[in-house]
Design a protein around this ligand. Structure first.
Ligand SMILES: Cc1ncc(C[n+]2csc(CCOP(=O)(O)OP(=O)(O)O)c2C)c(N)n1
Length: 283
C-alpha cells in the first residue's frame, strides 16, 4: 500500500536512520552513504515502488538494483519496513556466517535482492539490461530503479549503459545518483574529475531532474511526476545529498564512509534524531 503522507514518510526515514545506527553500533557498515541516501530509499521503497514481498516473482513488479552495493544496510532496513523480514533479523544476522545480510547486497542469500552488487559500476548496466528485457517481453508497466553513488560515476561501464539506455529508448529506467560529494578517500571533485554529472546525463539525451535528495517532499514529488513507464526517454534523478546526513559528527566527513559507533554515540544520535523530528512535526 502506498503511504503518501509526508509526515509518515519523514518518520519512516527517521526510523531507517535509527536502525542504521543501531546496526552501526554492532558492526562496521557504510554508514555515510547509507545515511545520505536514506531519504531517497525510504520514499522509493515505502511509497513509490510496486513490489509485493509476498509475490517477489511477479512479472509486473518494479525492479530495484543497488548499483552502489555497499549501501546494503539501508536497503535491508527498507525491505524490512515493507515486510520482507524484520529489522531485528537484519541486526541479529548481519555479518554472521549463514546470515542473509552483509556489507554488500547478495541475492544468493537474500531473495529480495534482484542481483548481487558491490563491485561499483556493474549495477547500472544490469538495470539497463533488465529494462530492455522488460520492453522485449512487452511489459509496459514495470519500471527499473537503480541507485548509484557519485564516486561510482567514474566507472566507464556506467557511461556505456547510459548511452545504450537512450539508444534503446528505455523510458522505464530510472537511475538515481546519490550525489553526496564524497567517495571513500575524499572529495569527488578532487578524485574523479567528472565535473557536472547532471550535464553529462543531459548530453546523453536523458530526462534529468536535480533535487535536494534529503528533502522527502521533493523526492516524493519527483517520483509522482516521472514520465510514464511506457515512455521512451530514461530518467536520471540527480539527488544532492549530505554524506552522513542526520548525524552531525558524520556529516561531510570522509572518515565516516564506513565505521562503527559506541554505545554512548548511539544514545546521543538517537536522541538528536528524535528531538529534531519532534521539533519539526509535533506541537
Ligand atoms: C570497482 C570498485 N572499486 C572500488 C571499490 C571500493 N569502494 C567501495 S565504496 C567506494 C566509494 C564509492 O563512492 P560513492 O559512489 O560516492 O559512494 P558513497 O559515497 O555514496 O558511499 C569505493 C571506491 C568498489 N567497491 N568497487
Amino acid at each position: 500500500m502506498k503511504k503518501d503522507d509526508l509526515i509518515y514518510l519523514e518518520k519512516a526515514a527517521m526510523d531507517i536512520r535509527i536502525n542504521l545506527l543501531r546496526l552501526c553500533n554492532k558492526e562496521v557498515i557504510h554508514i555515510g552513504g547509507d545515511l545520505s541516501v536514506a531519504d531517497v530509499m525510504t520514499v522509493l521503497w515505502q511509497y513509490q515502488m510496486k513490489y509485493d514481498p509476498d509475490n517477489i516473482t511477479d512479472e509486473n513488479r518494479d525492479r530495484f538494483v543497488l548499483s552502489k552495493g555497499h549501501a546494503s544496510a539501508v536497503t535491508c532496513f527498507n525491505q524490512a519496513a515493507i515486510g520482507c523480514y524484520s529489522a531485528e533479523d537484519v541486526i541479529n544476522e548481519y555479518a554472521t556466517d549463514h546470515g542473509r545480510f552483509s556489507m554488500h547486497s547478495c541475492n544468493l542469500v537474500n531473495p529480495y535482492v534482484e542481483i548481487s552488487t558491490g563491485s561499483l559500476g556493474h549495477g547500472m548496466p544490469v538495470a539497463c539490461g533488465m529494462a530492455a528485457a522488460l520492453r522485449m517481453k512487452g511489459n509496459v508497466t514495470s519500471r527499473v530503479y537503480t541507485v548509484m553513488g557519485d564516486g561510482e560515476q567514474a566507472e566507464g561501464s556506467i557511461w556505456e549503459a547510459v548511452a545504450n539506455a537512450k539508444r534503446y529508448k528505455l523510458g522505464n529506467l530510472v537511475a538515481i545518483v546519490d550525489c553526496n560529494g564524497l567517495e571513500a578517500d575524499g572529495k569527488i571533485d578532487e578524485i574523479t574529475g567528472l565535473g557536472n554529472i547532471a550535464d553529462k546525463y543531459r548530453a546523453f539525451g536523458w530526462n534529468v531532474v536535480e533535487i535536494d535528495g534529503n528533502n522527502i517532499a521533493e523526492i516524493k514529488k519527483t517520483f509522482d511526476e516521472l514520465p510514464a513507464s511506457d515512455s521512451e526517454i530514461p530518467t536520471a534523478i540527480i539527488a544532492h545529498t549530505i554524506k552522513g546526513k542526520g548525524v552531525s559528527f558524520m556529516e561531510n566527513e570522509k572518515r565516516w564512509h564506513a565505521g562503527k559507533i559506541s554505545d554512548e554515540q548511539l544514545k546521543e544520535c538517537i536522541n538528536t534524531l528524535e528531538k529534531a523530528f519532534e521539533s519539526r512535526f509535533k506541537g
